[in-house]
Design a protein around this ligand. Structure first.
Ligand code: GRF
Length: 195
């Protein structure tokens, strides 16, 4: 069975969607470990509630970014992870890490890449950009991670209409809702080698 390592920084609703899909057997996979770069990440509790091993690492406890990511890499290897899912992980992976898990890292981004993606477009900033530019559509994208930010091969995208009454906050909520299903579909494609 495919072993997934999930990297998070926050609430972990995408992580929860993966956990639920594994439990219901919608995904023939298992979340082997959850790693957070922020000890406050609520996703850590989600892992604990489902008896999934989890670890929180703070960059400030490491001499440099390389050591920090080496620790993450070692942990993923320890749990024999086959696929790494970045589910709201707010850090840029170093090239050596990406190389070590080549074509085995996927990310979910809350926009229709290439729009509102790349450095600086994360969290609410993505949706602020969409509203500021009066976009008619926005959405979410699941893609492979390569050595640039948000540029890897796109696996799946889904669009939603931006409503006149939308604010960045309402849009963020509505996009997050479609992210969960999209991420599960994309992981399913990976499992069934349909990518
Ligand atoms: C999601 O919008 C995801 O696309 C982005 O960060 C957010 C994480 O949300 N990369 P959650 O922690 O999964 O609830």
């Amino acid at each position: 069975m495919l072993k997934i390592g999930v990297l998070i920084s926050g609430g972990g609703t995408n992580l929860q969607a993966i956990i639920d899909a594994c439990k219901s057997r919608d995904l023939q996979a298992q979340v082997a470990v959850v790693i957070a770069n922020n000890p406050q990440a609520y996703g850590l509790e989600r892992a604990e509630n489902s008896d999934i091993p989890s670890l929180s690492l703070s960059k400030k406890n490491f001499d440099n970014k390389g050591d920090f990511f080496n620790q993450i890499q070692e942990t993923l290897n320890h749990y024999q992870v086959d696929l790494v899912v970045l589910a709201g992980f707010l850090d840029i992976l170093p090239k050596s890490f990406i190389k070590a898990f080549e074509n085995k890292i996927i990310n979910i981004h809350p926009s229709l890449i290439p729009k509102y993606s790349g450095k600086g477009y994360y969290g609410i900033k993505v949706h602020e950009g969409v509203i500021a530019n009066n976009e008619t559509y926005t959405g979410a994208t699941v893609h492979f991670v390569d050595d640039q930010v948000d540029t890897g091969q796109i696996i799946l995208q889904e669009a939603i209409k931006v409503m006149p009454e939308d604010t960045p906050e309402t849009l963020q909520k509505r996009v997050l809702k479609i992210e969960h299903g999209l991420l599960i579909k994309a992981i399913g494609k990976y499992i069934h080698k349909e990518i």
